[in-house]
Design a protein around this ligand. Structure first.
Ligand SMILES: [Cu+2]
Length: 123
């Protein structure tokens, strides 16, 4: 074999080894959690809750599924002040919150310290 070819082969082996991708994280498959009605996933990350605003139809059973994706966030729990609901958000564990859809209103939700203002609009 010629030198350049060997070199190319060597480079390729090196490059290929380097590019070996880490086993892909399971794609955004819905995490197993008990859900009633429509499921709306909400992520709690360093940037707060996403989406920040969720619209829900009055009378349509809807469950918000919160998943905290990082330890680098204040949102280790979610609080719905108006309905006095608080749920701990363990890292990477989906937490279901059933939306009270009986009446049209806007419910705020936020982290335990009242930051990351977000809301669910029932209409
Ligand atoms: Cu906070």
């Amino acid at each position: 074999m010629s030198r350049p070819l060997l070199l190319a082969l060597g480079l390729c082996l090196f490059a290929c080894k380097k590019e070996q991708p880490a086993p892909p994280a399971p794609a955004a498959a819905p995490a197993p959690v008990e859900v009633k009605g429509r499921r709306v996933d909400i992520t709690a990350s360093a940037a707060g809750f996403a989406p920040k605003e969720v619209t829900v139809q009055k009378g349509e059973a809807t469950t918000l599924v919160f998943t905290r994706t990082t330890d680098d966030t204040c949102a280790t729990e979610v609080v719905f002040p108006e309905i006095k609901l608080e749920k701990k958000l363990p890292l990477k564990q989906p937490v279901a919150v059933e939306v009270p859809v009986g009446e049209a209103r806007t419910l705020a939700f936020q982290c335990g310290m009242g930051m990351y203002k977000s809301k669910v609009v029932i209409q």
